[in-house]
Design a protein around this ligand. Structure first.
Ligand code: BGC
Length: 749
C-alpha cells in the first residue's frame, strides 16, 4: 500500500517537474513514466544494477556459479547495464539476452573505459591537455566515440575531470592537470566530442564525468585515500570542471572512491542530491565507482552491505557498479521503509532517460555494426587524428642554443633508453581495447629520417616481467650491465637521443609514487652518458610531472613527450627533426623536488610571502619555492615577443589586448594566457588565476593582437556558502606565455 502510494506520488511529481519542456521532452517523459508504471520493484532495481562482463557470450552459456547467476539475472530483467563487454558481436549477443528474454525487453546500456581512445590510442588526457587546443581535444574524443560505438558501446567512463596538485597521484595522467579554468574548458570539449549534438546518432556515446568529487585531493597522493578540503577549495577548484560538463549536457556522472571530509562520496547526499541534481539541475544518472558501495563498510561508514545500499541509494547513487548491493538489498530495504520507493523510481527513470536519448528503445542494436567496426577501427583517418593530437601534446622544455631541431642528414646519432623500442609503453595506461604493442616506437619513428646514421642500445632496462593493466610493473634497480655499452656508443656519436621516463603502466589507477625522479637506474645512465657526450637531447616520456632537475641543469635539450598513444614515435620524430614546431604548454607544474608537492601556480599569498632579509617567510631552508617548470610553460623553435598590453574597464567589464610577434625563424603557434589577481576579498583569492587563453598560429615576422574580455563571471569567486559573488576593488590583469613570465597592469573596479 505504502509502496503504491509513493509510486503514484513519484509519477505525479515526476510529471509535474519534467512536463513543461518541449514536445520531444514531454514525449520522453511520457515514455519513461509509462514504462516505470509497468515495472516491478525488482525490475527497477535491475535497472540500477551493473555487472562486468563475465564470459564469451558468443560461446556456450555458463553452467553454474556466479557467471550463471549473472546470466540468469540478465535474462530476467535484473540488470540495467554491463561494463567491459566489447565488440559488436559480443554486445549484440549480450543485448539479445536482455531484450529477447526479459519481461519488458528493456535494453542494457554498455559502458567501457574509453579514456584516451578505443583501439586507436590518443595521448593520455594530461598530454592532450598540454595542447590547449580545445578543437583537437574534442576531435580526439569523437574519434574514440566513433570506434567505440561501432564496437557496440554506447557509454564511456570519461571524461575524468579531477583537478590535482599532486604529481605523486598516478591518476593525474587521466585528467587535465591542476587548473580549474583550463580543466573546465577541456572537460566540456571532451563531453562535446563524445556526445556530439545528437546522442542517438550511432557514432556518439554517453559521456560520464568522474570522479565526483575531490578524488584528485587524496592525501599524500596515495590512490583511494582520504580527501579533507575546505569549502573554498571545493567550490573554486574542485567543482567547476564537473559543473562545466553538466552545462555541456553530460548524461552521466560517476562518484568516487574517496571520502570527502568524513563522508564517502558514494554516500554523499550533499554532493549528489544537493549540488549535482539540485543546484545544477543534472538530469542524467550517477553510477557508483567499481565496488564503492561495498567499500562504504570498509571505510567505516556503513555497518554492513545492507546499510551501504541504503546510504548510497538515498544519497543519489543511481547505479551500482559491481557491488551487487542494490540487487541484494534494495527490495527489502524498500519493504522495511529504509529506502523510499521514490528513490528507486527516480533512479530507474534517470537511467531509462539516458537509454531513451541514446535511441536504444528504437533499436537496441543501434551501436552494433560489424561492418562499420571493421572499416573504421584504426582507420588511416583515425590514426592521422591521433598523430595530430600527439604532436600538439608535446612540450619543449629546454632548447639551449637551438640544439633542436636535429639535422636530417649527415649525423651519427645514438639512441639510448629502454623505452625507445617499446611499442607498448607509449600507449599509456587506459588501453583496455588496444591491441598489444600497437604503438609506433620512437626507434621506428626516427628510422623514417634516413639521412642520418643511427645506432641503438638500451642502456639499462627500466622494467622487467609483465606489462599489464592489472599488475604492478617491476622496476629494474640492480642490473647496470648495459651502461658501459651506452657510454661507448655515446662517445662514438655526434648526438645522443635519450628516451627516459616512466612506462605507461607507472601512472594511472593505483600507481602512486613517493618519488618523482627518473625511475630505476635511468638517472645513473643519463649522467654516465652525458659525461661521455654532453650533446644529449632528453626525450622524456611520463604520465606525470617529474623532478628532472639534474637534466635541466645539464642537458641542452629536453622535450616532454608524455605517453602519446598509437602514433607516438612518428610525432616525436617530427618534432626532433623539425617537421613540426612544438607548441604544447604544461597543464601541471613540474616541481624542482618532491618536497614541494603539492605545488601549483594558483596558490595564496600567505601572510608571509618572500622576504629577502629575514628568515621568517613561507619557504624551505633547503629548497627554492620555485617550480622546475611552471604551469603554462612550453617553448617553441621560434620566439615570441609580447608588447602593448592595454587594459581598460567599464562597469565591471575589463577589456584587454596584447600584441604578440613571432621574432624567430620558424612559423609557430603560441598559447597566450591571461591571469587575474583579486587583491582583497572576503575569502582570500590566489595570487594568480587563469581566466582565458587563445592559441594563435603566427608566421615568422608576423604580429597578432589578441583581445580578451573579462566580466563578473571571470572576476568573481565562490564564497564559503557556495554562492558565486563579485567584489569590486583592486585587480591585477596579467598576460603572457606561461604563469610566470607575465606583463601586468593593476586596475580598480
Ligand atoms: C575506476 C574508474 C573506472 C571503473 C570501471 C574503477 O576502478 O576508478 O575510473 O571507470 O573502475 O572500470
Amino acid at each position: 500500500m505504502r509502496i503504491l502510494f509513493f509510486s503514484c506520488l513519484f509519477v505525479l511529481l515526476y510529471n509535474t517537474t519534467f512536463s513543461q519542456g518541449t514536445d520531444a521532452s514531454s514525449k520522453e517523459n511520457q515514455f519513461i513514466s509509462d514504462l516505470i508504471s509497468k515495472m516491478t520493484i525488482e525490475e527497477k532495481v535491475g535497472q540500477m544494477t551493473q555487472y562486468t562482463g563475465f564470459f564469451d557470450i558468443t560461446g556456450p552459456a555458463p553452467i553454474s556459479g556466479d557467471n550463471r547467476r549473472k546470466y540468469d539475472d540478465i535474462k530476467n530483467g535484473r540488470v540495467g547495464s554491463m561494463l567491459n563487454v566489447k565488440g559488436a558481436d559480443q554486445v549484440r549477443a549480450m543485448q539479445k539476452l536482455a531484450v529477447e528474454n526479459s519481461r519488458l525487453g528493456i535494453p542494457m546500456i554498455f559502458g567501457y573505459d574509453v579514456i584516451h581512445g578505443y583501439k586507436t590510442i590518443s595521448p593520455i588526457p594530461l598530454a592532450e591537455a598540454a595542447s590547449w587546443d580545445l578543437q583537437a581535444i574534442q576531435r580526439s574524443a569523437r574519434v574514440a566515440a566513433t570506434e567505440a560505438t561501432a564496437a557496440g558501446l554506447n557509454w564511456t567512463f570519461a571524461p575524468m575531470v579531477d583537478i590535482s596538485r599532486d604529481a605523486r597521484w598516478g591518476r593525474v595522467m587521466e585528467g587535465a592537470g591542476e587548473d580549474p579554468y583550463l580543466g573546465s574548458r577541456i572537460a566540456a570539449a571532451r563531453v562535446q566530442g563524445f556526445q556530439g549534438d545528437d546522442l542517438s546518432a550511432n557514432y556518439t556515446l554517453a559521456a560520464c564525468t568522474k570522479h565526483f568529487a575531490a578524488y584528485g585531493f587524496v592525501e599524500s597522493g596515495k590512490d583511494y585515500n582520504t580527501a579533507d578540503i575546505g569549502t573554498s577549495t571545493l567550490y573554486n577548484v574542485v567543482l567547476p570542471p564537473f559543473k562545466a560538463t553538466v552545462d555541456a549536457g553530460v548524461m552521466t556522472f560517476m562518484n568516487s572512491f574517496n571520502e570527502l571530509n568524513g563522508i564517502p562520496a558514494t554516500a554523499d547526499k550533499f554532493l549528489q542530491r544537493n549540488v549535482l541534481k539540485g543546484d545544477w539541475g543534472f538530469d542524467g544518472f550517477v553510477v557508483s565507482d567499481w565496488g564503492s558501495i561495498d567499500e562504504l563498510v570498509i571505510h567505516g561508514y556503513a555497518q554492513d552491505e545492507e546499510h551501504a545500499a541504503q546510504y548510497a541509494a538515498n544519497a543519489g547513487s543511481d547505479m551500482d557498479m559491481e557491488s551487487h548491493a542494490y540487487k541484494e538489498y534494495l527490495v527489502s530495504l524498500i519493504e522495511k521503509g529504509r529506502v523510499d520507493i521514490s528513490v528507486v523510481d527516480e533512479a530507474a527513470s534517470r537511467i531509462l532517460r539516458v537509454k531513451y536519448r541514446l535511441g536504444l528503445f528504437d533499436d537496441p542494436y543501434r551501436y552494433c555494426d560489424e561492418t562499420r567496426e571493421r572499416e573504421i577501427t584504426m582507420s588511416k583517418e583515425n590514426k592521422d587524428a591521433a598523430l595530430d593530437m600527439a604532436r600538439k601534446s608535446i612540450v619543449l622544455l629546454k632548447n639551449d642554443k637551438s640544439f633542436l631541431p636535429i639535422s636530417k642528414s649527415g649525423k651519427k646519432i645514438a639512441i639510448i633508453g629502454h623505452l625507445a623500442d617499446s611499442e607498448s609503453s607509449p600507449l599509456g595506461n587506459w588501453i583496455l581495447a588496444a591491441d598489444d604493442n600497437s604503438a609506433v616506437s620512437l626507434l621506428e619513428g626516427i628510422s623514417k629520417y634516413d639521412g642520418n646514421e643511427y645506432s641503438y642500445t638500451q642502456g639499462v632496462r627500466l622494467y622487467e616481467g609483465r606489462e599489464k593493466f592489472i599488475y604492478e610493473l617491476k622496476i629494474n634497480t640492480e642490473d647496470r650491465s648495459g651502461i658501459e655499452q651506452a657510454v661507448k656508443l655515446a662517445k662514438e656519436s655526434d648526438i645522443v637521443i635519450m628516451n627516459l621516463g616512466e612506462h605507461g603502466f607507472m601512472s594511472g589507477e593505483a600507481r602512486s609514487r613517493a618519488t618523482l625522479s627518473l625511475p630505476g637506474l635511468q638517472q645513473e645512465l643519463l649522467e654516465a652518458v652525458y659525461e661521455a657526450n654532453p650533446n644529449v637531447v632528453l626525450v622524456l616520456q611520463t604520465g606525470r610531472p617529474l623532478t628532472i632537475t639534474w637534466a635541466d641543469d645539464h642537458v641542452p635539450a629536453i622535450i616532454n613527450a608524455w605517453q602519446l598513444g598509437t602514433e607516438s614515435g612518428h610525432a616525436i620524430a617530427q618534432v626532433l627533426f623539425g617537421d613540426y614546431n612544438p607548441s604544447g604548454k604544461l597543464p601541471m607544474t613540474f616541481p624542482s623536488s618532491i618536497g614541494q608537492v603539492p605545488i601549483y601556480y594558483n596558490h595564496k599569498n600567505t601572510g608571509r610571502p618572500y622576504n629577502a632579509d629575514l628568515v621568517f617567510w613561507s619557504h624551505y631552508i633547503d629548497q627554492t619555492n620555485a617550480p622546475l617548470y611552471p604551469f603554462g610553460f612550453g617553448l617553441s623553435y621560434t620566439s615570441f615577443k609580447y608588447e602593448n598590453l592595454i587594459v581598460s574597464s567599464s562597469q565591471n567589464t575589463v577589456e584587454v589586448s596584447i600584441t604578440v610577434t613571432n621574432t624567430g625563424n620558424y612559423d609557430g603557434e603560441e598559447v597566450v594566457q591571461i591571469y587575474i589577481r583579486d587583491h582583497h576579498s572576503s575569502v582570500v583569492r590566489p595570487i594568480k588565476e587563469l581566466k582565458g587563453f587563445e592559441k594563435l598560429a603566427i608566421k615568422k615576422g608576423e604580429s597578432k593582437t589578441v583581445k580578451f574580455q573579462l566580466s563578473e563571471k571571470e572576476l568573481g569567486f565562490f564564497n564559503n556558502q557556495g554562492k558565486y559573488i563579485f567584489e569590486p576593488g583592486k585587480f591585477s590583469i596579467m598576460v603572457g606565455p606561461n604563469s610566470t613570465d607575465l606583463m601586468e597592469q593593476v586596475i580598480e573596479l
